[in-house]
Design a protein. Structure first.
Length: 285
């Protein structure tokens, strides 16, 4: 079996983004961490953010990661400078928020554009991404967080979206070695983008994985099924995780498998048990 060196985390986007409910779920499941979203904190002052962090810490629940915005206009690789600059400004505001919450990593979509990167100029995408990261990294260092770039769904018209393919990660690793930039492996996105070769995305990320999003699907859409209820190769995922000796919380980015939307604590507990069973079944890392 794969040796588990990590803990689990949930995403705080359930129960209408009510952190109190998710804290209760975490405590019921012995899950020590949450991933936050902008909807959890919008409108809060700095002192209120610090108080929220302290409230979590008092309950033994950390805010491990913070998902930065990813609406259409939030494209840090946009070819339009006006849009790119506005997106970077928005990301930097939330990076500061993540720092106040004590987050370890911020989750960043490298693009919100869904078109084929080769058709539209792969070098152009990389140029804009580099420009944006250079503007974001000083803020991230000051906030004490790492920027995690997430692998994307395949996009439109046959796929090939920016940061959906293994080669995109391999290239950035050569061009940018800053320790404040890492990768986020999304299991569902990889299955959709690369199919049975999803492991190649993991291999291209190498040892620069700073966060994980665990979700399952049938390979055709980002349906966010609970792990174990789709076609993701969980043996490969957990074997790689164990090989890295990953030691931070790993996020289940799905609802539990059961009746919702007001999931009972027992439903969440069964999903955690399923995760642990998937790890136990995986060959040793």
């Amino acid at each position: 079996m794969a040796k588990k060196t990590w803990t689990w985390a949930f995403t705080a986007s359930f129960y209408n983004h009510d952190p109190d409910c998710m804290i209760e779920v975490c405590r019921a499941c012995n899950v020590p961490a949450l991933e936050y979203h902008p909807q959890n904190v919008d409108g809060l002052r700095d002192d209120e953010l610090v108080a929220l962090r302290q409230k979590h810490e008092a309950q033994g629940i950390s805010i491990n990661s913070f998902h930065l915005p990813f609406a259409t206009d939030d494209d840090i690789a946009s070819f339009y400078e006006t849009q790119r600059r506005r997106a970077v400004g928005r990301m930097n505001r939330y990076i500061r928020v993540a720092g106040l919450l004590g987050a370890r990593v911020v989750i960043q979509h490298p693009t919100t554009n869904r078109y084929n990167a080769d058709e539209n100029g792969l070098d152009r995408y990389f140029g804009q991404l580099h420009k944006s990261l250079q503007e974001m990294l000083p803020v991230a260092r000051q906030a004490g967080v790492v920027v995690g770039l997430e692998n994307m769904t395949p996009g439109e018209h046959g796929g090939g979206r920016f940061f959906a393919l293994p080669g995109h990660f391999a290239r950035l690793s050569q061009e940018l070695t800053d320790p404040n930039v890492g990768y986020v492996y999304d299991t569902g996105h990889a299955l959709m983008a690369v199919g049975p070769d999803a492991i190649k995305v993991l291999e291209a990320m190498g040892d620069r994985i700073v966060a994980w999003h665990l979700a399952d699907n049938a390979g055709d859409r980002d349906s966010h099924l609970a792990p174990g209820h789709g076609e993701v190769d969980w043996n490969a995922v957990f074997r790689h995780m164990a090989r890295l000796r990953f030691s931070a919380p790993v996020t289940m980015e799905t609802a539990p498998w059961g009746f919702g939307p007001d999931y009972a604590a027992e439903t969440w507990q069964r999903s955690v048990q399923t995760l642990d069973t998937l790890v136990e079944k995986a060959p040793g890392g």
